[in-house]
Ligand binder design. Structure first.
Ligand code: SF4
Length: 451
């Protein structure tokens, strides 16, 4: 690595930081160094296990030297460049690394096996869900772990081209990403013959306007080519097509998990590194925590209660973001993981919303459905009409104009949406209604006109 400081960029980081960082995520409990959206407060989160966010608040995210010296940055890439792709895919598969689009190892394998002159790996470094701060926390605290993961996946997939998609409104993430890529070029991590090998790599930044539908990988690939962001049906493990070339899309979290896996000197005995970053919303407070995959909701609720003070008890919580499922506050055995979707429990991104006191469940669900209705791309009937009809029925319920049959109708529509939508967004959009009817049916019945 060359000596000397990274190139100085035009923007003033401190000034930009002050203007770009959300004040509301810098709660005293979150403040730490005063700049990072992760918890460095007391009491500690007993449920936390930091792997991807291990160096958050410890290293300066704009200093590649610190990232290399203290966080072992690019050691994983170095390892990957000198290993067989098949063994890397095996390690990723064994570690169980996956995102909502499917298992990372399987998607890398199919992309690698396709014969093509050009291939792309696309990183989603924005949060599609309005409640999620996963990508933001990673990019603001340690962008090099995401970019290293992108390079490793490019190397495995046999792709020369990488794209990192960032929120066009997030000046802090944009600044750190531009700066990081400049440093990577200077340090021989981009361009021809990366770290003296025959691997060549370029990474392009694309600024996007985040939305839940854009987080669907097929919609993103279309959008990046200048078309409308419409998801389409595709085989989960098969590469998508970007600029007539095979492409595979990964979240920032998946990229960071891959980098963390190979940065370690040796794999854990069980092969599993799995952690997940969760954004917890408790009233005005927001917390970003990294917890073991498969952790149950009770462990997180214990931590949340430990810092709640005299606040009202938790009536219910929602897992999985805006299209997530609702559960009673005393239900403590729900997996806090999108893998819960397979078990019909919870889905979507790593978000946990806490509702306290006498919050009215149908009103909360109506608000979620209004948003989901607005965000639907509208190309399939079950999502377009389903979100609209559910929203209208809930509105009538809140005005006590609905009948008992309308509850059955809500269930029926939600059931059709689960099976009839062509992308995850539509299937998840049924979850707020389905889950809340299961847990809080009495509250819906109380809203009927003859009560
Ligand atoms: S399920 Fe909804 S968001 Fe997905 S393609 Fe269909 S209409 Fe669009």
């Amino acid at each position: 690595m060359p000596d000397g400081r990274p190139p100085v960029f035009d923007m003033d980081y401190q000034q930009l930081h002050a203007s770009a960082m959300d004040k509301d995520i810098l709660q005293p409990d979150n403040a730490g160094s005063g700049v990072l959206p992760v918890n460095i407060g007391t009491p500690p989160w007993r449920s936390e296990k930091r792997v991807m966010l291990r160096y958050s608040g410890i290293i300066d995210p704009k200093d590649i030297d610190a990232c290399i010296a203290r966080a072992n940055a690019y050691a994983g890439l170095d390892k990957a460049l000198h290993a067989e792709a098949s063994s890397l895919i095996e390690a990723i598969t064994k570690a169980g690394i996956m995102d909502e689009a499917g298992a990372a190892g399987a998607r890398l394998r199919t992309c690698r096996e396709v014969s093509a002159d050009e291939k792309y790996v696309i990183g989603v470094a924005f949060d599609g869900d309005p409640g999620a701060l996963t990508s933001r926390a990673l990019m603001l605290s340690n962008p090099h772990i995401v970019l290293e993961g992108l390079l490793i996946n490019m190397c495995i997939a046999g792709a020369r081209h990488g794209i990192i998609c960032v929120d066009e409104t997030d000046a802090g993430v944009m600044y750190l990403t531009v700066r990081a890529l400049g440093q990577m070029s200077e340090y021989g991590l981009l361009g021809a013959n990366v770290l003296g090998t025959d691997f060549s790599a370029d990474i392009e930044i694309r600024a996007v306007k985040p939305s839940p539908v854009l987080a669907e990988e097929s919609a993103l690939v279309r959008y990046l080519q200048g078309w409308q962001a419409l998801p389409y049906l595709h085989e989960a493990a098969a590469p998508l097509i970007y600029n007539d070339a095979p492409a595979v899309v990964f979240t920032a979290e998946t990229l960071a998990e891959v980098a963390a896996l190979f940065r370690e000197d040796k794999l854990p005995a069980d092969g599993v590194t799995g952690t997940q970053i969760i954004t917890v919303h408790d009233g005005e407070k927001k917390y970003v925590v990294e917890v073991p995959r498969g952790i149950l909701s009770g462990a997180l609720l214990d931590d949340i209660e430990a810092r709640a003070g005299n606040r009202e008890t938790v009536k219910m919580y929602r897992l999985g973001g805006i299209g997530g499922g609702f559960f009673r506050g005393n239900k403590r055995d729900m997996p806090v993981d999108f893998r819960g979707t397979a078990a019909g429990t919870a889905g979507g991104p790593g978000v946990m919303m806490i509702y306290r006191g006498d919050v009215a469940v149908p009103a909360v669900v109506k608000e979620a459905m209004d948003y989901l209705r607005e965000q639907s791309c509208g190309q399939c009937v079950f999502c377009r009409e389903g979100t609209m009809q559910i929203s209208l029925i809930l509105g009538e319920m809140l005005e006590k104009k609905a009948d008992i049959e309308d509850i059955d109708l809500l269930e029926e529509i939600a059931g059709y949406m689960k099976i009839g939508c062509i992308c995850r967004y539509g299937a998840n959009a049924a979850e707020p209604v389905r889950s809340s009817l299961q847990e809080f049916r009495g509250e819906y019945e109380a809203c009927l006109k003859n009560r």
